[in-house]
Design a protein around this ligand. Structure first.
Ligand SMILES: [Zn+2]
Length: 255
């Protein structure tokens, strides 16, 4: 077994291309290290990546890494103290010893659906506040294509009408609002934030990445989003479940 926390200490932090360009489907970069897990299973570390790792409510991207002499299937990506490990299976050839060029290639259809779902999650945050008339924290979220939900800290006494929630969310989505990413230093962050939940749980950083949907909300987030709310399509609120801390709202986007 490879101890990722130990090997990460001697590696450069991976440049995360998806933070500034969520639409990059492929890129050429260098492989800086490879680690054999067992058999054909490896971890690959590249200088830069377009693969979003598991975390922040977002599932890991999948795809391929293709070199001159190898084909590698990326099954999941893990962020260990800023070093991104692409875990997967060597399909063909041999991995390079030392630095070598390779092409990273995302499973784009899957990623794009996640971008639509994730952006719809930001809109749900707004719609919950609007429909219930208050500010409600989020407790957990999953922006996976198969099982998307956001869990809100809503007291059991408040009844959330799902059809009103869905209507409000779609009203925003269909307004074709721009979704922008801005970077702000910690001193300036409160000038940029708007309707952002969970500020008490904000990690201590020197710089924050904030996802801004004009007129809706501005939320610190490291995930991938669409550039315009029209790309989301139709938001369907599927069901709600009471949880120990509040209510989980399950949703999907169509087509
Ligand atoms: Zn986000």
């Amino acid at each position: 077994m490879v101890d990722l926390r130990i090997v990460a200490e001697s590696l450069p932090k991976t440049r995360k291309k998806y933070l500034t360009d969520s639409y990059a489907k492929e890129m050429i970069t260098d492989i800086v290290a490879t680690f054999n897990e067992r058999g054909k299973k490896y971890y690959l570390v590249s200088r830069e990546t377009i693969f979003h790792p598991l975390g922040g409510g977002q599932p890991s991207d999948t795809g391929f890494i293709l070199g001159e002499n190898f084909q590698f299937r990326v099954k999941k990506v893990l962020d260990v103290n800023g070093v991104l490990f692409h875990y997967g299976i060597l399909l063909k050839g041999e991995l390079p010893q030392g630095d070598a060029n390779a092409k990273l290639l995302l499973d784009w259809d899957k990623r794009y659906k996640i971008m639509r779902i994730h952006t719809a999650g930001h809109i749900l945050d707004y719609a919950v506040n609007e429909v219930l008339g208050g500010e409600f924290e989020t407790l957990s979220a999953s922006h996976s294509a198969e099982n998307a939900y956001v869990e809100y800290k809503i007291p059991p006494s408040l009844k959330l009408d799902l059809r009103s929630l869905e209507a409000k969310a779609n009203e925003v989505a269909k307004s074709c609002l721009q979704v922008r990413v801005v970077f702000a230093e910690s001193n300036d962050i409160h000038e940029v934030l708007k309707n952002a939940p969970n500020l008490r749980r904000l990690p201590n950083l020197t710089e924050y990445r904030i996802v801004v949907i004009d007129k809706v909300n501005s939320i610190p987030c490291s995930g991938t989003h669409v550039a315009n709310t029209c790309e989301i399509g139709e938001i369907k609120v599927l069901k709600s479940n009471e949880t120990p801390g509040g209510v989980a709202i399950y949703y999907d986007v169509y087509p």
